[in-house]
Design a protein around this ligand. Structure first.
Ligand code: ADP
Ligand code: MG
Length: 388
């Protein structure tokens, strides 16, 4: 079929042609929006799961819902190990300035104008001077040397101004587990205070499966502050629809066995669905995709994953780190005990600390529990086995 009409979208954060299986999360957020409209408070939301399951896409979708309901919504991605604390703060500052400027055009109420000045002061304290972006400042508000205090004052001013309108201030953070501890703890503390004071303010975060534990480590009460949602692979019917619906929209279809074969091969992982879908579209000679097409697409899709999705992580590991990963791969994707990895490599557990920390920093593995280590990417162990 014609590549220029190929609807599938493999890639990080790329909106899929059909987003399936996430109705529960979308409905939960609709409820938050409706409750906010009724001036009722809610908890923040945390989406956690492996790489490639569709967290970024879902987070973006929630943000656009918030935007549609005229919330003051900002979005930041906490960078990996390469970007420092300062960079994330500036990103947050710029995102806030932009959201405030947009909001200014929508509302002329004095209450809102005053609140937006607090954003101007706050972003100035983050190194993004509000005035140069057309915001006025609120002297004495959100402009101290204390990040947590400034954040709290800004949130208080903005959220209390939005409350009568039935709207909220929301900060969407992708890769939240990578946020530095100071900013993370400030966000959690303010979320806590907001709940107590009835300020419509929400942190909506996405990240790896250990994100709930990371938050609890910073503030033990984080457990109660958020609605935690594990984002996993799609159910078989949702996975089948993710393949089928976009093809049909473009005038093609799957023979039932072909669809079952492809759905099975992806195990419901959204990234794989897009990659395999893209492959079958490009190679199928006719408008009806056959079992033979599906078998070829699985080979080609797998090859593409082996050339892109996996190496984009594997290539970042040093030789010593790769030995660590290879020792992990013996346990499949189920996770390993660090003590066992040490035994396999003939090393003392303590001597593996640096490799382990570096691999966590690079986002290749995460610690689901003390003394445990697991791949962040589904299928990584099989990929490593194929490298031999
Ligand atoms: N619900 C879904 N249905 C179908 N495809 C999806 C869905 N969610 C995400 N995808 C696709 O999966 C891939 C990975 O999505 P992404 O949001 O980057 O995952 P994550 O942030 O969890 O690593 C993208 O190609 C995206 O188009
Ligand atoms: Mg992501």
């Amino acid at each position: 079929m014609e590549p220029r009409l190929n609807p599938y979208q493999p890639g990080s954060g790329l909106r899929p042609p059909e987003m399936t299986g996430r109705e529960p999360e979308l409905e939960a957020f609709d409820t938050v929006i409706a409750r906010t409209g009724n001036r009722l408070t809610n908890r923040g939301i945390i989406l956690s799961g492996l790489r490639g399951v569709g967290k970024t896409v879902l987070l973006n979708e929630l943000r656009s819902l918030a935007h549609k309901h005229e919330w003051l919504a900002v979005h930041v991605e906490a960078g990996g190990s390469t970007t420092g604390n300062d960079a994330v703060r500036k990103k947050l500052g710029r995102a806030l300035v932009q959201a405030a400027r947009e909001y200014k055009t929508r509302s002329t109420a004095k209450r809102i104008a005053d609140a937006l000045s607090s954003i101007g002061s706050f972003t100035t304290s983050l190194g993004v001077p509000g005035v140069s972006f057309g915001l006025t400042l609120a002297p004495g508000r959100a402009d101290s040397p204390d990040l947590a205090l400034n954040l709290e004052e800004m949130v208080q001013d903005v959220a209390t101004a939005l409350r009568p309108e039935g709207r909220a201030l929301a900060i969407f953070v992708d890769e939240l587990q990578d946020l530095d501890k100071e900013l993370l703890s400030a966000l959690i503390t303010v979320q806590h205070r907001a709940g107590q004071e009835g300020w419509p303010f929400y942190v909506i975060g996405a990240g790896l499966p250990n994100l709930p534990a990371v938050l609890s480590d910073v503030r033990s009460y984080a457990e109660r502050l958020f609605e935690y949602r594990h984002i996993g692979p799609l159910s078989p019917p949702a996975a089948a629809n993710a393949l089928k619906v976009p093809a049909e929209r473009m005038g093609a279809q799957y023979a039932p066995e072909a669809l079952a074969l492809l759905t099975d091969a992806t195990q419901g992982y959204p990234y794989f669905l897009q990659e395999y879908g893209k492959a079958i579209w490009d190679l199928a000679p006719e408008r009806t995709f056959t079992t033979a097409d599906a078998e070829a697409a699985i080979r080609i899709g797998q090859d593409r994953l082996d050339q892109g999705f996996y190496p984009s992580r594997w290539d970042r590991a040093t030789p010593a780190e790769r030995r660590f990963l290879a020792a992990m791969a013996e346990d499949g994707d189920a996770g390993s005990r660090t003590a066992e990895i040490a035994r396999r490599l003939g090393k003392k557990p303590a001597s593996l600390g640096p490799a382990r920390a570096s691999l966590i920093g690079k986002g290749l593995v995460y610690a689901p529990a003390h003394g445990q280590i697991e791949f962040t990417v589904p299928g990584m162990s099989a990929f490593i086995a194929r490298q031999r």
